[in-house]
Structure formats: structure tokens, C-alpha cells
Design a protein around this ligand. Structure first.
Ligand code: PCA
Length: 320
């Protein structure tokens, strides 16, 4: 009996020395974002000699993508990843990177993130969260079953959306928004539930959309970012050296992730073409119409955010 108690005590003290975090994401393990997270977790484990282990749960297995921020906030899991624009209802400033045609390159995306980050950190900390790093998806392009010439071609058609921001854009185009998680796009297409979508080339590749969708227009509409974050109390509970190791691995994950995104952007657009899709530009008149829609979206967004929008966009345009 005594032995059993001793063994149990020893096991408890080992468990105490090693902290285990669960990190939930809604994207597939093979997704470049998730591969980057897995590398981050390995880096943390190595740098801390196993004092902190981060267990990655991809593909909506532990939590569905939209539930992740709340679950990390409540401490149900210690860490998570979401697409920042998913948080726009609760945190309007997070929607800054889904405003169409504001960010046109990775350099712009970087400048936007540098300006956004302090505000995001402030709002996250008010919610008991801490951002670790953010990585953009490749630019958002337009996938359509049939060729499109103007917003009229979306009338009565169903457009796949992935959050509030994309839903509003679909409505502005006159399409019916249909929410489909990223990992179910292929099924939705096969089931005839969607006719078009705005997302990255890599999302088209991951879902092998070429069987169902013929056209990809490189409209470069926006560069949404995924953000990896952690429960503030969980960070504060770490010994200082371990905390430092997390922050330094996060910094590396951020620069590695941006490089991956850029590399993936080119490779996946080529891949769509290789699979026989028509990849190209939209007509200048359609582009002009889309830009007007973008401006309308941006006015609505600024109204929903208020003054903080200026904190980001005054310097963003001023430094250009
Ligand atoms: N892929 C994700 C989000 C943005 C992107 O490029 C999706 O389609 O859900």
C-alpha cells in the first residue's frame, strides 16, 4: 500500500515538472499553417528540454474553428489558432485584413500587421488572451464554375463564405452566402452546394477543386491572417525561461510562416493551372466594380470599428 502511494506521488511530481498545452486549429495537419505550428511546438519542446509540450489538434478535431477563441479564453484549452477575421463580431479591429483591395502584396500585409499588432495585443489581453504570432494566407482570388464578367453573374448563385466578412462580400456581389469550413470545400462542391468562392489558391489545391471548378481569377483581394494565441494565465504560470522560449519560438514561427505563405502562393497558383484550370485576370470594368464594392465594405467596417480604424489606416496610407 505504502509503495503505491509513493509511486503515485513520484508520478505526480514528474507530471508537475512538465507542462502540457493543447493547441486547437480548424485546418488540416498538412496545411502549411499547421505544419508551421507543428514546427513551433517542436522548437518549444526542444528549447525547454521538454518542460513545455504543445500537443497540436488539427482539422476541427478538438474544437470547431469558430469555437477556438472562446475555448482558449475560458481555459478549456491553453492555445489555439483561428483566422483573425473570425473574431470580427466581438473584435471589429480584427477585420482589418479582410477589407478588399487595401493590401495588395506581402509587403503591405506586413505593414498592416505591424500597425495592427499593438491593438490586437491590447484587445486580446482584455479577454485573457495573448497573441503569439500571425501568418497570412496567400492572396484571396476568385474561383468560379463559369466565367464571370460582372457582379450580375453572381445573381442567384451561391458563394462559399468562411466568416462574417466574406458573407458580407458575397451579399454585396448579389450572391447567396453559404458558409463552408475550409476542410469541407471539396464536399460542398461535389454536392453542388456552391458555385463560387473567394479564397487562396492553396485552399483550392488542398480541396482539389479542379474537378468541379474551372476558373481562378487572381484578384488579390486581401491577405487574411491566421493568429496563434494562448490563454494569458497559462503563459503567466510558466517559469520565466520557458516563457522566453515560447516567445522566441513564436517570433521564428512568424517569419518562417510568412516565407512559407509566399512560397505556397506561387506554387499553388501554378498547380491550379497544371490541373487544367483557367487562371487569369478579370476584365478592367469588373475590377472597377469590385473596387467600388471594396470601398463600400471599407466604409461599413470603419463605422463598426470607430476611431481605432484611424490608428491603423492613417499611418498605413501615410507611409505608403
Ligand atoms: N483559406 C481559408 C481562409 C482563407 C484561405 O485562403 C478558407 O478558405 O477557409
Amino acid at each position: 500500500m505504502k509503495w503505491i502511494v509513493l509511486v503515485a506521488l513520484a508520478a505526480a511530481s514528474v507530471a508537475h515538472a512538465q507542462t502540457q498545452w493543447k493547441l486547437a486549429t480548424g485546418y488540416r495537419a498538412e496545411s502549411f499553417h499547421t505544419e508551421n505550428i507543428a514546427q513551433f511546438a517542436r522548437d518549444v519542446e526542444r528549447a525547454t528540454n521538454g518542460a513545455l509540450r504543445i500537443e497540436v489538434h488539427p482539422n476541427n478535431t478538438l474544437l470547431k474553428l469558430p469555437e477556438i477563441p472562446q475555448a482558449v479564453q475560458s481555459g478549456q484549452v491553453q492555445a489555439g489558432e483561428t483566422i483573425m477575421t473570425n473574431m470580427v463580431a466581438d473584435l471589429p479591429i480584427a477585420g482589418a485584413d479582410a477589407i478588399p483591395f487595401v493590401v495588395g502584396s506581402y509587403t503591405d500585409a506586413r505593414r498592416l500587421w505591424d500597425l495592427q499588432r499593438p491593438l490586437i495585443a491590447k484587445h486580446f489581453s482584455q479577454r485573457g488572451l495573448m497573441p503569439l504570432y500571425a501568418v497570412p494566407w496567400p492572396p484571396q482570388g476568385l474561383f468560379t464554375k463559369s466565367p464571370v464578367q460582372s457582379p450580375a453573374d453572381f445573381n442567384g448563385k451561391r458563394m462559399r463564405t468562411y466568416n462574417l466578412s466574406t458573407r458580407r462580400i458575397a451579399q454585396m456581389l448579389g450572391a447567396e452566402p453559404v458558409d463552408v469550413p475550409m476542410v469541407e470545400v471539396n464536399q460542398a462542391l461535389a454536392g453542388g452546394r456552391i458555385d463560387s468562392m473567394i479564397t487562396s489558391a492553396i485552399t483550392g489545391v488542398e480541396n482539389q477543386v479542379w474537378g468541379q471548378i474551372g476558373h481562378y481569377y487572381t484578384i488579390n483581394a486581401w491577405f487574411p491572417k491566421n493568429i496563434v494565441f494562448v490563454n494569458l494565465k497559462a503563459v503567466e504560470a510558466l517559469p520565466p525561461a520557458v516563457r522566453e522560449a515560447v516567445l522566441s519560438a513564436a517570433k521564428e514561427a512568424e517569419s518562417r510562416g510568412w516565407a512559407m505563405s509566399q512560397q505556397v502562393a506561387e506554387a499553388s497558383t501554378r498547380e491550379l493551372e497544371l490541373k487544367g484550370m483557367k487562371v487569369g485576370r478579370i476584365s478592367p470594368s469588373f475590377e472597377a466594380e469590385l473596387k467600388r464594392l471594396g470601398e463600400r465594405f471599407s466604409r461599413e467596417w470603419v463605422q463598426s470599428v470607430g476611431n481605432e480604424a484611424n490608428v491603423i489606416f492613417v499611418p498605413y496610407y501615410f507611409q505608403r
